[in-house]
Design a protein around this ligand. Structure first.
Ligand SMILES: CC(C)(COP(=O)(O)OP(=O)(O)OC[C@H]1O[C@@H](n2cnc3c(N)ncnc32)[C@H](O)[C@@H]1OP(=O)(O)O)[C@@H](O)C(=O)NCCC(=O)NCCS
Length: 329
């Protein structure tokens, strides 16, 4: 099989990968919308939190494979993205792409591969076939915005001593370090035993903001900040960042909101700030995105605190979980 490095500037190649992605998505998880072209295209060269990626396309258009190469932590690891068109599966294309990309990962100095697959899918069977070992599962939940009880079933959240602020788009420059410190709190969220926690700094926050901008998302951040002032809604002056929740809306799918990080700094846990920032986000979205119908969120199945908040807000499980798989190479 001939396999070509995808040139991100070559729209024909990028479109060919996107077509494979869309066909696979419709076959494997039709219960949620597929990635729009801008969201997918931005992921050819950069991962969700700014790590470099490369993508390779089978010259016959049967599938693509890619690697995400963590730079700050997990430098032993390459994250594999491997997809074959549903009508061309079980003919060896997946194995050919896998063998190629494994060699490439070794060439790049990586000694392990991780990937993800829907539970019960062909991807899961393939992961077993190529001798990956199962890791943790992420469960999707959706909220029907505006349905009776949605968001409103949570008791009103009073957070004395804190103010709620928000911003749209990139993180204000003066706040990058504080945002990075709260992002680092994700180290307390469940992850695979072999995975190091993500290391966050201002530059990584910038890269994540850049990825959201390249995907053309309308990107919302709601934060709880220590200190009380008469709410302008803006983060003015001092005030330590205590909790943060972020969500993107793709203008090409404006009825869906995609929850990204929610985290509470360790020193500020136990004040219901996780719930408070999510309720404040729903309130913001009701004004900024009145057409929104669904919000999608993902949690590791062990993440009982976040799941309890989401269920109190009315989120319901959607489809099968997505499990991580890993092996040495
Ligand atoms: C995973 C994927 C890339 C496999 O592509 P493929 O071209 O079908 O792979 P192959 O034909 O090389 O399959 C190799 C072996 O994997 C196993 N396998 C693959 N799909 C399977 C399925 N649906 N059921 C059972 N076993 C399966 C079989 O042992 C198969 O060998 P066989 O056909 O001789 O029995 C494809 O199913 C896909 O795109 N899935 C969606 C994306 C995904 O889940 N990626 C995760 C990758 S780990």
């Amino acid at each position: 099989m001939d396999i070509l490095r995808v040139d991100p500037a070559d729209q024909t190649q990028v479109r060919a990968c996107h077509e494979i992605e869309v066909a696979a998505h419709e076959a494997d998880c039709p219960e949620m919308p597929h990635m729009s072209f801008p969201v997918f295209a931005a992921m050819i060269t950069s991962g969700w939190i700014g790590d470099p990626r490369e993508m390779w396309l089978a010259a016959d258009g049967s599938g693509y494979c890619g690697l995400e190469l963590p730079e700050r932590e997990n430098r032993h690891l390459a994250m594999l993205d491997l997809t074959v068109r549903p009508d061309l599966r079980r003919r060896g294309a997946g194995t050919a792409l896998f063998n190629f990309i494994t060699k490439r990962a070794v060439e790049l100095g990586r000694s392990a591969l991780s990937t993800e697959a829907w539970e019960g899918s062909g991807g899961m069977e393939f992961a077993r076939y190529v001798r990956f070992k199962p890791g943790i599962a992420e469960v999707r939940r959706v909220l029907r915005v505006g349905a009776p009880g949605a968001g409103g079933s949570a008791p009103a959240v009073a957070t004395p001593g804190y103010s709620m602020v928000s911003w749209t788009g990139a993180t204000p420059g003066a706040k990058l370090e504080q945002v990075a410190a709260v992002m680092a709190m994700l180290e307390d969220a469940p992850r695979d035993a072999s995975m190091e926690a993500e290391r966050w700094d201002s530059e990584r926050v910038r890269l994540t903001d850049r990825r959201a901008a390249a995907q053309r998302l309308r990107y919302y951040s709601v934060a709880a900040v220590k200190g009380e002032w008469r709410g302008t809604g803006r983060w003015e002056g001092g005030g330590e960042l205590a909790a943060l929740s972020q969500l993107g809306v793709d203008p090409e799918r404006p009825n869906w909101g995609w929850q990204e990080l929610t985290a509470v700094a360790r020193a500020h846990r136990g004040h219901r700030l996780g719930m408070a920032v999510k309720v404040a986000m729903l309130d913001l979205l009701s004004r900024a995105e009145p057409q929104l119908e669904w919000i999608l969120t993902w949690n590791a199945e062990e993440n009982s605190h976040m799941i309890a908040i989401n269920e109190a807000l009315g989120f319901k499980v959607l489809g099968e979980p997505r499990r991580s798989w890993e092996r040495e190479i």
